[in-house]
Design a binder for this molecule. Structure first.
Ligand code: ADP
Length: 252
């Protein structure tokens, strides 16, 4: 569990708005995450959880909103190319569908970002990549290609890739929803280890066990607004309002 911090949050989003055509999907979202904190973002399908992560990491262009990342401030609606590169260099994103390079080996997938975006010498990149792959239990498959791996193994490689650049925040977008239950367990185990190591994580998930037992805090979204937020245990044991109670009823 993260200790209560007296310093500024490492990540702060304020007033994030996003519409797709006429459909306004995010109605001014505020979110603050402390260093080392694990925040689970929960909510019904279509409530805007994925869009929020994608706006925070510039995979979608927000219509309005501020981002503060470890003291650096950005206007999400007007980021310059240089600012975008800075935001991307300091954050990482783990996708539901892994998004590994199919024509690169396990090792190549992890070194790529270090060599290209972080301009690291190849030897150094290899050393870091091997260390991260050891961390997720994939160091014995360095030369394998994604197609030769299970979904759970691919996702563990994707997590190693995300860790390799020492990001300030890692966003996880439903990282286990494409996986069978036994593979889900192995990926959640890796995520739990990283959380215990102090990685700052924002995790969109349907895994209530993970949210309850690993996350420090739960943010509950519905219809593009944050309906409730609470320490994880409190969120489940003492639902803040009727909307949370109704959501928990649908998954119990
Ligand atoms: P959640 O992650 O909570 O399931 P999403 O952020 O994926 O919700 O989606 C929120 C809403 O935005 C949904 O109604 C979805 O259909 C819509 N949406 C998401 N991405 C796009 C897109 N690229 N174009 C149009 N509508 C989108």
């Amino acid at each position: 569990m993260a200790e209560v911090s007296t310093t500024a949050p490492i990540l702060q989003l304020a007033g994030v708005c996003k519409a797709f055509g006429d459909a306004e999907v995010l109605h001014g979202i505020d979110l603050a995450v402390e260093r080392g904190e694990v925040v689970a973002v929960l909510g019904p399908s279509g409530s805007g959880k994925t869009t929020l992560l994608r706006c925070a990491n510039l995979l979608e262009h927000a219509d309005a909103g501020e981002l503060a990342l470890d003291g650096a401030h950005f206007d999400l609606a007007r980021v310059t190319a240089k600012e975008a590169a800075e935001i991307r260099r300091n954050t990482a994103f783990v996708f539901q569908s892994y998004n590994l390079f199919r024509n690169r080996t396990v090792l190549g997938n992890v070194t790529e970002g270090l060599v290209v975006a972080h301009r690291m010498p190849k030897d150094e990149a290899r050393e870091i990549a091997v260390r991260c792959l050891e961390r997720v239990g994939m160091a014995d498959r360095l030369d394998a290609y994604p197609v030769q791996l299970s979904g759970g193994q691919q996702q563990r490689v994707a997590i190693a890739r995300a860790m390799a650049t020492s990001p300030k925040v890692v966003y996880f977008d439903e990282p286990t929803s494409a996986l069978d239950p036994e593979l889900t367990v192995e990926v959640l185990g890796v995520m739990r280890d990283l959380a215990q190591d102090g990685m700052t994580m924002v995790v969109v998930t349907h895994e209530m066990g993970f949210a309850r037992n690993v996350a420090d805090r739960v943010v509950f979204m519905e219809h593009g607004v944050v309906q409730a937020e609470a320490p994880a245990r409190e969120f489940f044991d003492h639902p803040a309002n009727e909307r949370v109670r109704a959501f928990l009823d649908t998954i119990r």
